[in-house]
Design a protein around this ligand. Structure first.
Ligand SMILES: CC(C)(COP(=O)(O)OP(=O)(O)OC[C@H]1O[C@@H](n2cnc3c(N)ncnc32)[C@H](O)[C@@H]1OP(=O)(O)O)[C@@H](O)C(=O)NCCC(=O)NCCS
Length: 455
């Protein structure tokens, strides 16, 4: 256990960190109390031993560091001082910054502060210290998902990707454009030979637990090919197969799975789902859908649309620019119920983060960045060409094209919003005429970024 912040008179908490670990011999009492505090913060049930064991064993594989803030004492019969009054976790994965480039990122999760200790600077103290350490460790970028959109901007985070909750009417008449078959090839042709199915591949039902083994490999391919994708934690393969989930250590037998086989017989995607037949209309809920190619994506949707006794398919976390909507014979069957911010990014080191990204455009733009935590502020010239960029920090007195905060830099980093939009919103300032268009020519991307990871 590492002590990160010693208590003082003004801040009477000790902040300590320790790695998530389950030795198999018993649960570390500190980890049990930490997990109790997290579940309290997110209004979950008190965790069982099975829940804690599985969580710690899985989080150990991610190298997750658990941080807690501890009061010196607690009143009689209250939770004792071993229960943290604030929790925070961090670990590292990669972010797809375009053209398959994967940049290491510092991920933040499990942020809670006990109601009785709120608004005393606990989050501010922990996150400020953690971001500084991540930068010292050489990380260029930090990432999180936010329970509320008003919390993290002050710490330099900006909403970089968005995701849609969609509903698709899969009742009578559901069809995709083109004449590919609904699901399986005739028996005896699993290699994809034969007729019009050759290009489309096939979809077949599978035991959901096969996803425990398949999810990491398929996700790795999807991750490498998806701009804005963030590495997934180990727990995903359990969650998507119905094997276990946080707060649900037992198997969820309502989860079903189907696999997509490419014409060469390799598995190129899957969908796991549950049918909520008590809902009206009867609804199929997508648990996870991964496709390594466009044919795989369309074949999996064609399969979902072919399931009888289901009138509606719902999916959370769909891409905002979803090809499905354009593939449907009747595009009005595709309903966007909500679009919400998903991945929030915080640039820790503009030279490394902007220099590490892929660029589709050519050109030069100079950014004056203001950072409330002073991790990323300064004037930076970005010269993009041939897919990459040279980023140079200039003297603070040098003229710039655009003035923006660290949070706006996070919003722009994956081109999830245009410079022009933020100038119109009044959050980015054009320091010379035409600078927004110049910025978009450099930073813009042909596809909206899409993150398939919740954490
Ligand atoms: C969000 C939460 C972690 C904040 O913790 P905290 O220790 O009270 O925050 P701090 O005292 O360090 O406040 C830091 C700043 O954030 C602001 N802030 C804190 N919570 C906020 C909220 N929910 N909405 C908007 N602003 C918030 C504070 O006003 C303060 O602003 P300032 O320093 O600019 O004046 C805490 O309220 C909580 O546990 N909420 C429930 C769980 C949750 O939503 N966690 C976030 C998961 S992503």
């Amino acid at each position: 256990m590492t002590v990160i912040v010693e208590p003082t008179e003004r801040f009477p908490y000790e902040i300590r960190s320790f790695p998530a670990r389950y030795a198999g011999t018993g649960i570390d009492p500190a980890a049990r109390k930490w997990k109790e505090a997290v579940d309290l913060g997110f209004h979950g049930d008190s965790p069982t031993d099975a829940d804690i064991q599985k969580t710690l064993a899985s989080e150990e594989k991610d190298g997750r560091i658990l941080t807690g803030a501890y009061a010196a004492s607690a009143p009689d019969r209250a939770w004792d001082a071993g229960y943290p009054v604030a929790t925070y976790a961090s670990y590292r994965k990669t972010l797809n910054v375009g053209a398959g480039k994967l940049l290491p990122a510092h991920l933040i999760s499990a942020v809670t502060v006990r109601p009785t200790h709120r608004r005393r600077g606990l989050l501010r103290t922990i996150i400020t210290d953690d971001l500084r350490r991540a930068k010292t460790d050489g990380l260029a970028i930090a990432a999180l998902t936010a329970s509320e959109a008003t919390i993290y901007g002050r710490f330099g985070f900006g909403a970089a990707t968005h995701a849609a909750a969609i509903e698709v009417d899969s009742g009578a008449g559901f069809a995709l454009k083109g004449n590919q078959p609904t699901s399986t090839l005739p028996a005896g042709k699993p290699d994809g030979t034969g007729g019009s199915t050759e290009a489309a591949g096939i979809v077949e039902l599978a035991e959901p637990l096969v996803l425990k083994e398949l999810e990491p490999a398929i996700f790795a391919q999807v991750h490498a090919g998806t701009f804005g994708s963030l590495g997934r934690q180990d727990a995903y393969r359990y969650r998507v197969s119905g094997y276990w989930n946080y707060g649900m250590p037992e198997r969820d037998k309502s989860v079903r799975a189907a696999l997509y086989y490419a014409p060469d017989g390799s598995c190129g995607g899957y969908v796991s789902y549950k049918v909520m037949d008590r809902e009206t209309p009867s609804t199929l809920q997508v648990v996870d859908l991964l496709a390594t190619s466009s044919p795989a994506h369309l074949a999996l949707w064609r399969f979902l649309g072919s399931i009888d006794l289901v009138q509606r398919i719902s999916r959370k976390g769909a891409p905002v620019a979803d090809p499905l909507q354009w593939a449907l014979a009747d595009k009005r069957r595709y309903l966007v119920k909500a679009v919400e911010d998903h991945l929030w990014l915080r640039i820790l080191d503009p030279v490394a983060a902007l220099g590490g990204r892929h660029y589709w455009g050519d050109g030069t733009v100079t950014l004056a960045i203001e950072d409330p935590l002073h991790l990323a502020d300064g004037v930076y010239r970005l010269e993009a060409g041939g897919g990459s960029a040279v980023v140079t920090q200039l003297p603070d007195s040098d003229p710039a094209d655009l003035r923006l905060g660290a949070a706006e830099l996070g919003q722009l980093y994956l081109a999830g919003v245009s410079v022009g939009t933020l100038v119109a919103a009044g959050t980015v300032r054009e320091l010379r005429a035409g600078a927004a268009a110049a910025g978009d020519a450099v930073l813009g991307a042909p596809l909206a970024p899409h993150c398939l990871t919740d954490f």
